[in-house]
Design a binder for this molecule. Sequence first.
Ligand code: DC
Length: 237
Amino acid sequence: MFRELATQDTRAGAQAIPVIAIDGPSASGKGAVAWDVAQRLDFHYLESGALYRLVAFAAAQQHVAIDNEDALATLASNLNARFAGQQIFLGEKSVGDAIRAETVAAGASQVAALPGVRDALLSRQRAFRQAPGLVAEGRDMGSTVFPDADLKIFLTASAAERAARRVKQLKEKGMRASLPDILRDIQQRDTRDSSRRVAPLQMCADASLLDTTSLTISEVAAEVVRRYRQSLAHGPP
Ligand code: DC
């Protein structure tokens, strides 16, 4: 009885903590925008795609086949991952850059299509909901992980613009990148992420659309904060 009450209290408490859910396709700028918004509001930050990338990365390291759902779900449940600001650790190792590789992205997209893996990562994602608030970015933040989010934003940008951004990002990190290859990868990933059976990438009915094609990260972040403040004052935009 007491435990039941305690669970209810915790859940009610967690729901009182505001969440801004930012979803969108690969390279729509979600990561940088969500981080910027989190800084502006002094909120916590969840990059959910990193969890799928970590599963794919760990699977490759441990020679787990990318279609072995049970083994991948176990791996996802036991993932020894730690986030420190924008830094990401797997065990003691800093893997923030390694998981950005396009090979890891392709693996992440495959493991993300497995329901067992998604289930295994659900409670881990919800645990990021801590006071004073959370900015969570990914594909299903508004639809599945935080359906009660205070503000749901769906970011878009043309595939060509997103490919150009990704090439620039990779080059800045000293990695090789070819625009036609990246564009093809992005288009393939978009198709896989939006056509998969479980939690496909799609804009929720109650999300608000924000096209970032001709905007800077900072302009987009300012607009998200504006919509958040407006939703506090008047309800969702
Ligand atoms: O955002 P990203 O490129 O780091 O995501 C990597 C992969 O993980 C991408 O193919 C989509 C998938 N993903 C997902 O299915 N659900 C999320 N909430 C976040 C990412």
